[in-house]
Design a protein around this ligand. Sequence first.
Ligand code: KIV
Length: 282
Amino acid sequence: MGDKITVPDVRARKGGPKLTMVTAYDYPSARMASDAGVDMILVGDSVANVVHGMGDTLGVDIDIMVLHARAVRRADPRPLVIVDMPWLSFHISKEDTLRNAGRLVREGGAEAVKLEGGHRRVPMIDALVGAEIPVMGHLGLTPQSVHAMGGYRVQGREIEAARMLIQEAKELEAAGVFSIVLEGVPDLVARMVTEQVSVPTIGIGAGPHTDGQVLVYTDLLGLNFGHYPKFVRKYESFADRGVAAMAAFVEDVRSGGFPGDEESYHLPEDVAAELEGRPSDG
Ligand code: KIV
């Protein structure tokens, strides 16, 4: 399917062809993403919600992100592998941020990290880029700020907030990020950011005018139980199909239909006969 995708490859795609990114958290999801030809895998902290069943992303730490990153890397994926820095892993000090990102790279096999936030995070981004760790920014609806935002709300709707978002994108660009995720922002704001920064923007709930799109893979495959946000397009119904398949298994076991002869191991006839103490058929 081609060569491994690198950070410079992603940077070079500013303006097209459009970039694609999906989340993955383990070996099979990474294999699907890689075989499907996506450009980037995000080991997102959304793993908290969609794998661990938590109510927000605040409950996952560096150990959990390392565990999932390692599972993804074992699939030897062609897409660039970016790993989310979880909440509080890049807020305390530059040293702490470097140590945590270093673990994602060294233990988890991350090829880049992503972190949420604007100008308050610039010193941390600066430190990471200085240590040769590529950084993807993330602006707009940043789920780690759920309490500060008062819920999961579209950001940048008012004039000052929209201007601030565009300004912060420029600050992240100046700090050296190689790409910026724009989540939950009006399409015009995403378009203006995309036009005004030189690095690719990757949208989720940000309209069509970004340099690429990202979806949580369980949303895309219909593998979630519960609410799907407005911006999701469900390309499959894996949860419904999975329930139906497991119900069929239950039915087959109860009716004696599983396992069948072809799903069972058999002794050679002479061994079977001796074991049962009967004359052999053959
Ligand atoms: O954790 C995640 O899945 C993300 C995407 C929504 C961009 O940050």
